[in-house]
Design a protein around this ligand. Structure first.
Ligand code: GLP
Length: 289
């Protein structure tokens, strides 16, 4: 070491070189594992996502799909409904698990829509009632469960019993959450009860509860959510985001550090086949496209 230093050898430059090498290597690996597709607009993005789902359903009619809620996948679900109605895409063997549900609500079809903002209701309205998936094959966390903690355990067991989720559909929350895994959630977390962060309450109030005439105070402040550990076990995943409002958080999740501050950054740890599908707006913050 002394000899090299006496010859003017600069350890700092070696350090910089190794760091760069590590950085490039990490990005190379990431690129191989994570496919990022940028589509012109929301409709193209939704069609691309629906095609991936439809291909799985055709190749494996008894596949297990993890469904997501939120405004983002609605276009994808509309396209799946179209494929079912016009092309005969058959969901009769498909089994499904939803990512999450607000605590304290659940499907009650006797109530008018405006009084029930459950994700169960959302799935029924936006997809399930328009395709031929069998009711007994649908699983959504039960927000009305008398014993939600026990329920969470049984949800995990049921997923395992099916052999695992073949394709998980994901969105991304404004604070970077996956499902309802708010900032600070462990990457090994399993299905559990989670307190909603302020930004999520604000976002979801604006998007859903406000229109339904439910006050910000009255909307549920807790949810049952699959954990990040549960989600990462899916055999493959697609993550969707659209609109420039999501550009910054999408860039943080895909190119920033892997951190529980942005739980969707766990996507960089996915071992399965993962495709991120964005419209131009949501991709605007990415440096490496
Ligand atoms: C909710 C859901 C998430 C979803 C997020 C984004 O919080 N729990 O699963 O990804 O909203 O919603 P949107 O697609 O409306 O932006």
């Amino acid at each position: 070491k002394l000899y090299l230093e006496s010859e003017g050898f600069n350890w700092k430059s070696v350090d910089i070189f190794l760091n760069k090498l590590y950085y490039d290597y990490r990005n190379l690996i990431r690129r191989i594992e994570m496919k990022i597709v940028v589509k012109e607009n929301y409709s193209e993005m939704s069609k691309y996502a629906a095609d991936i789902i439809a291909e799985l359903v055709r190749n494996k009619p008894d596949c297990v799909i993890g469904f997501a809620t939120g405004g983002t996948p609605i276009g994808t679900y509309k396209e799946l409904i179209r494929m079912h109605k016009e092309e005969g895409l058959d969901f009769s063997g498909v089994r499904s698990f939803n990512l999450d549900e607000y605590l304290g609500v659940g499907i009650d079809l006797s109530k008018p829509y405006s009084l029930d903002q459950s994700y169960a209701r959302f799935m029924h309205e936006e997809l399930f009632s328009h395709i031929n998936i069998k009711k007994e094959n649908i699983r959504i966390p039960d927000g009305l469960s008398k014993n939600p903690e026990e329920f969470c355990k049984s949800y995990e067991e049921e997923i395992k019993k099916t052999g695992g989720i073949d394709l998980q559909i994901l969105g991304i929350g404004g604070d970077g959450h996956w499902a309802f895994n708010e900032p600070g959630s462990s990457f090994t977390s399993r299905t559990r009860i989670e307190a909603l962060a302020k930004q999520t309450l604000d976002d979801n109030y604006e998007a859903f509860y406000k229109n339904a005439g439910v006050s910000r105070e009255q909307m549920p402040h807790y949810a049952i959510t699959m954990g990040i550990g549960t989600i990462l076990e899916a055999k493959s995943a697609i993550m969707l985001a659209n609109g420039s409002k999501k550009a910054d958080i999408v860039a943080q999740a895909l190119e920033g550090p892997v951190t529980t501050d942005v739980t969707a950054s766990a996507i960089q740890l996915y071992k399965g086949d993962v495709t991120v599908i964005l419209d131009k707006g949501a991709a605007a913050g990415l440096k490496k496209l």
